[in-house]
Design a protein around this ligand. Sequence first.
Ligand SMILES: [Zn+2]
Length: 364
Amino acid sequence: MIEQAVRIGTFFGIPVRIHWTFLLIFAYILFTGLSEGHSMQMILVEMVFMLCMFVCVVLHEFGHALTARRYKIRTEDIILLPIGGVARLRNMPAKPVQELWVAIMGPMVNLVIAILLFTFLMFKNGWNQWVSQVDAEGLVMNWQNFLFILMVANLGLLVFNMIPAFPMDGGRVLRAFLAMWLGRLNATKWATRIGQIICVVLILTGVYYGAWTLALIGLFIFLSAGQEYRSVVVEDRIQNKSLAMCARKINDHLLEYQTAEEAMQILISTGQSSFLVTDLEGRTMGYTTAARIVQSVKQSPQTRIRDITTTEYGILQGHTPLTVVIQYFRTHQPFVVVHNENGEPTHYADPEVVENFLRLTERA
Ligand SMILES: [Zn+2]
């Protein structure tokens, strides 16, 4: 899903990507506009409005990303999906106060935009004009009401995002508050429960008043609410684990002069996702992956293993925390070797080894 997003520019060093399905919104506006007999002028206003809304959403995401940067957390990119924006942070700050700031600065951007628009409209039209706009045909979309509706929409984004339930920003704010007393795991558990109760209230209110959008929003948030708790549980599980607990013993390594075809036999019998490669003297040269072996067998089975070996790899100690190992995979090489006290390689791990280990502990 996320791979199909196109980069439209880089701001403050953070790439902004837009998903192609985003274009469907404009097609939708055009289609409904035409079928309801709107003038092209009106359809154009609606499209420009949609564009402005998405600029506001991007600014909201920059609110998160730039606050995170203050805590030395990098943002991979900001992605615009038809359902909204996502700032993909490398990680969330561990300190509750920091998470609180990162979560709250997105909605605050929409508040600031709303205040600026309000101030501008007050200066331009004055209070009376403003009130009459709300009274009368205030919510008909045209150039005259454009900024007013944009202001209301930003307040809407503010309220919507501050619903205190995961995955909304409000859920994170609530968790951060609770985490100051309860610790992260319990805070997430309670924030999830409180969020789900609020969702039930939203759904019931929506159904009672026939406000189906509200009911749907409540349902959507309710369904995604548990996810954050599950991921924190996994995080908590990783917390006290070390590399030694999941690293696999190096039983089957490959020799640099072996062919891809020979390696394939070993691959089939072991099912390993990657292999340590050594030279004739048994010195570690690097590693190669199952995927590369399979590809080589397809293309030229006589390929020597040394030609598909990556010579850069990590050497980590057995007591390295798993969180550090996972981070290492992301930022360095997806292969690490564990040495014994004599400096001989005894174990290895790659992302798949770690993933399998975590899956097993989840079941336990
Ligand atoms: Zn947000």
